[in-house]
Structures are given as C-alpha cells and as structure tokens.
Design a protein around this ligand. Structure first.
Ligand SMILES: C[S@@+](CC[C@H](N)C(=O)[O-])C[C@H]1O[C@@H](n2cnc3c(N)ncnc32)[C@H](O)[C@@H]1O
Length: 244
C-alpha cells in the first residue's frame, strides 16, 4: 500500500468538491496531486490528467508511478479541453491558473464545456473574469467555497453547464451569491480584501493621465455594492436580494 497523498488546504478544498463520477479530467494537472487523491479515494473509474507542457507531465508520471496508480490515470499533452473528446469526461477540473487563461480555454471548447456534467474551477487571480463568463454563458455557479492557506484566500467554484445566460450586477463578478450567503468570517475577510483591492485599482485609474470616467464610475458602483453586502453580512442579514 503506497502512502496516501497529503494535500495542502487549497488542493484539499478542490478535491472535496469533486463528485463521485465516471471519468474525471484534470486540465493543467502539473504534479497530478488531485488525480492521485481522486484515485486513492475511488471518486471515479478513470482520470485523464493533462498539461500543455512536457515538464509537468514528467513530474506527474513519476508521482503516479510512485503511488502505483498508472492503471487509473492517463496523461495527455495539449491545450485545455483540446485533449478530450466530446462526452469523454463527465467532470472537468481547471485549477491553479489565471482567469484569462481559464476563460480562453472555456471559450475555445464551448461545446465540450456545455456537455459535461460539472466543472470545478479554481482561479489564482482575475477570478472575476471567470464568474462573468459563467453568468453570460449559462454556466451555473452552484457552489463556491473558500479556504485560507498561509494567509492567502482561495475560492473554488462548482459549475453546472447547460443553463441560460443570467444578467447580474457586476459586483457578483467578484463573489458569487453562493459564496456570499455563507456565514463565515473568511467570507467577510474575502470581501474586505476584495474591496481594498478594487479601491486601489480605482485610485490608480484616477491618477492616470486621461482617466476613463465611465470605468471609474462603474468600479465605484461595484465597490459600494460590495460594501453594502459586507455590511448586511455583518448585521446578520442573510438575504442579499436579487442579483441585479
Ligand atoms: C500552477 S499549475 C496548477 C497545477 C494544479 N492544477 C493546481 O491547481 O495546483 C498550472 C498548470 O497549468 C498548465 N497549463 C497552463 N496553461 C494550460 C493550458 N492552456 N492547457 C493545459 N495546461 C495548461 C501549466 O503548464 C501548469 O502545469
């Protein structure tokens, strides 16, 4: 029996969100830690672990062999969802990358995204791009979780494709209703940090030679909406009202 894989908090949060499924695909697997965990926990029958670079796949191969799981995890080299056929994987993970890379991947293979049962997405930055993409493309963020790892906050989304586009207030690009309805101090801390970041971005925009007043006004509205949500959360009110 090989050693059980020990995941750091961010990866553990993602792993806990994987439903029991048939074929799991981990895009941008790098070290293959999540596939190893999923295989050890018997979460699925088969796992396809992909990466765009050969170096990470070599490391993944060593890790998989070390854990005796080569019969369950297949490695593939390539860009995003190009590596899988239609209907080949029912659950797709895209984690540890930036929002731009992730939205480009989703857009490039829209059909494959729409026919899978579930996507689990975890962004390292620019996560607002992914939420906006989801609302506009009928990808329902059914659950969003948060964790703290070495004083950094990470969120991860469980997404059900195949729905209708939704018009929402742009403040919800920064946190989904599913995240905001959670009664935890981590969510408050997340809101504090996000509001601080947006205030700094807006100040930078205003200091520019020729500031775009439409953009700074829009950012102000987002900041105010997030502040309202934070205050309602602090006062213990749980209903954030409609999304608009
Ligand atoms: C920071 S690692 C994240 C590894 C792991 N998913 C995690 O969450 O810890 C990002 C990995 O994604 C890979 N990657 C970047 N762009 C990609 C793409 N378009 N398709 C597949 N893999 C990609 C990189 O080579 C890298 O190994």
């Amino acid at each position: 029996m090989t050693k059980a894989i020990d995941l750091e908090a961010r990866l553990f949060m993602i792993a806990q969100m994987i439903p029991v499924c048939e074929v799991l695909c981990d895009i941008g697997t790098d070290h293959a830690y999540i596939p190893l965990y999923a295989a050890q926990m018997d979460l699925c029958k088969k796992i396809i672990a992909t990466d765009i670079r050969e170096g990470p796949l070599r490391i993944a191969k060593n890790n998989i062999e070390e854990h005796g799981l080569s019969h369950m995890i297949e490695l593939r080299l390539g860009d995003g969802l190009d590596c899988i056929q239609d209907h080949e994987a029912d659950t797709v993970l895209i984690c540890g990358m930036g929002g731009l890379t992730i939205t480009e991947m989703l857009e490039k293979n829209k059909r494959k995204v729409d026919i899978c049962n579930r996507l689990i997405i975890q962004c390292m930055y620019a996560d607002e791009m992914v939420r906006e993409y989801c609302y506009k493309n009928g990808l329902d963020i059914s659950e969003e979780r948060i964790c703290c790892d070495r004083n950094k906050l990470y969120t991860a989304m469980s997404i059900i494709p195949g729905g209708l586009p939704k018009k929402v207030h742009p403040a919800f690009y920064h946190a989904s209703p599913s995240l905001l309805e959670q009664k935890t101090d981590l969510v408050l801390k997340y809101l504090d940090r996000r509001i601080g970041l947006l205030i700094r971005i807006r100040s930078g925009m205003k200091r520019a030679k020729d500031p775009d007043s439409e953009k700074t006004d829009e950012l102000k509205e987002i900041i105010n909406k997030l502040k309202d949500i934070k205050n309602e959360r602090k006062d213990g009110k749980e209903d954030y009202g409609p999304l608009r």
